[in-house]
Design a protein around this ligand. Structure first.
Ligand SMILES: *Cc1c(COP(=O)(O)O)cnc(C)c1O
Length: 426
């Protein structure tokens, strides 16, 4: 049979740089041909060859309710009939803003954008405008989208491609971004004592999902919060991935730590392009039109995208939603750890809510440096063995995985059987 994925990829390479519209999709880290999908339903995907997969990427997080959820499709259809865009205020924007403020503890005011990248880029600008300082601090392996000042030692696709700092980022821009290792409280304190007075903000993934999954040490986040308060530095939690994923109120609710600003994306669009940034009113007030910090968007608050997001946020508030998601994901992780062990493979796994990490190492990594030590060859082989059996994990060892509410016990069992065979064949 002709492999349609291959044909489409070859042709795409002619018209699209590298054949893809986002680098990690190209399978460069694992080799082989990217899968071209044509349909998704619940936990399942079908590619152009009509092969079926269980999806553990969820479009990198947004599809927390599974693909083609009937209630989301219904609302999209209904709202679309009243036009796709106005470029003017709508009541739906107010509705989602009120809901975000209610659900995310630290957010008093919020502005909508169309991607996570826009959210982080804008949050940094507000922080700089507010503090009237230029320097920012981030952590190695954290990914905050592809804005110039944040593509310094970044994770996700930037990691996969071994180009943590992108070409095309002016040195003058990059020089204002410092990076420190994740989970190192001592270095953080030393850094603040030397440079804290020059910092506008610190941006962090409060649980990292862009260099595989890295869980923060509570003391590290607490130290960061205290130092930011002491030095008057704006603390930005980038919850584009963790927001509405690890719990209804995000990582900040889970750990009880209050950032000054929060960035959101992925799940709040329910699969359509939506991002948001928000936080203390005192800071958000300096945005135009009220204040001097400019930020805008033709499609910001788009009624169709916002409606898909609103419906998603409504459905995930169902009682027991996160408990079930967490239990299901934990079951998958425990199962995979067990089958790897019986196959004699050095492997471990962990999850926070519906977000998980698979590691070909003895213990879960704690930092970028430790992530780099895991067995990349085994990951590549395992990835392809699983793909062949119809299990779709992220095509890179540096990405977290996701379970949705649509994943059934049968899906988990099927996955564990496939994992058992794959580990045995490594
Ligand atoms: C995905 C992601 C982004 C970027 O969002 P886009 O919508 O891809 O621009 C930023 N930060 C984090 C933590 C992310 O996971």
């Amino acid at each position: 049979m002709k492999d349609k994925n291959k044909t489409l990829f070859e042709k795409s390479k002619k018209f699209i740089p590298g054949g893809v519209n986002s680098p990690v999709r190209a399978f460069s880290a694992v080799g082989g041909t990217p899968i071209f999908f044509k349909k998704g339903l619940g936990s399942k995907l079908w590619d152009e060859n009509n092969k079926e997969y269980i999806d553990y990427i969820n479009s990198w997080g947004p599809m927390i309710l599974g693909h083609a959820h009937p209630e989301i499709l219904k609302v999209i259809e209904k709202v679309s009939k009243d036009s796709l865009s106005f470029g003017a205020p709508t009541s739906k924007e107010l509705e989602i803003a009120e809901l975000i403020v209610k659900l995310v503890p630290s957010i008093e005011q919020v502005r909508l954008v169309s991607s996570g990248t826009e959210a982080t880029m804008s949050a940094i600008r507000v922080a700089r405008g507010f503090t009237k300082k230029d320097k920012i601090l981030k952590f190695e392996g954290c990914y905050h989208g592809h804005a110039d000042s944040l593509l310094v030692k970044a994770g996700s696709g930037a990691l996969t491609f071994g180009q943590p700092s992108s070409a095309g980022v002016p040195k003058d821009v990059a020089k204002d971004t410092s990076t420190l290792p994740y989970n190192d409280s001592k270095l953080l304190e030393e850094y603040f004592n030397k440079f804290g007075n020059h910092l506008a903000c610190v941006i962090i993934e409060p649980i990292v999902g862009n260099m595989n999954l890295i869980v923060p040490e509570l003391i590290f986040l607490e130290t960061l919060r205290n130092l930011c308060t002491k030095f008057g530095v704006v603390l930005i939690f980038d919850e584009v991935m963790t927001g509405f994923r690890v719990s209804l109120g995000g990582a900040q609710e889970l750990y009880g730590i209050t950032p000054d600003l929060t960035t959101l994306g992925k799940i709040i669009g329910g699969g359509l392009p939506v991002g948001a940034f928000g936080g203390k009113k005192e800071i958000m007030q300096i945005l135009a039109p009220k204040g001097p910090v400019y930020q805008a968007g033709t499609l910001s608050g788009n009624p169709v995208a916002v409606s898909a997001g609103l419906k998603t946020l409504e459905l995930i508030q169902a009682p027991g939603f996160y408990e079930a998601l967490n239990d299901n994901t934990t079951k998958l992780m425990d199962g995979m750890t067990a089958v790897a062990k019986s196959a004699g493979i050095e492997f471990c796994a962990r999850n926070v809510g519906g977000m998980f990490g698979l590691y070909f190492s003895k213990n879960p990594p704690n930092s970028f440096e430790e992530v780099m030590k895991s067995n990349g060859q085994n990951f590549k082989k395992f990835f392809h063995l699983m793909l062949e059996k119809g299990i779709y994990f992220g095509p890179s060892a540096f990405e977290a995985g996701f379970v949705s509410a649509a994943h059934s016990e049968d899906d988990i069992e099927f996955t564990l059987n496939a994992a058992k065979q794959s580990f045995e064949n490594l």
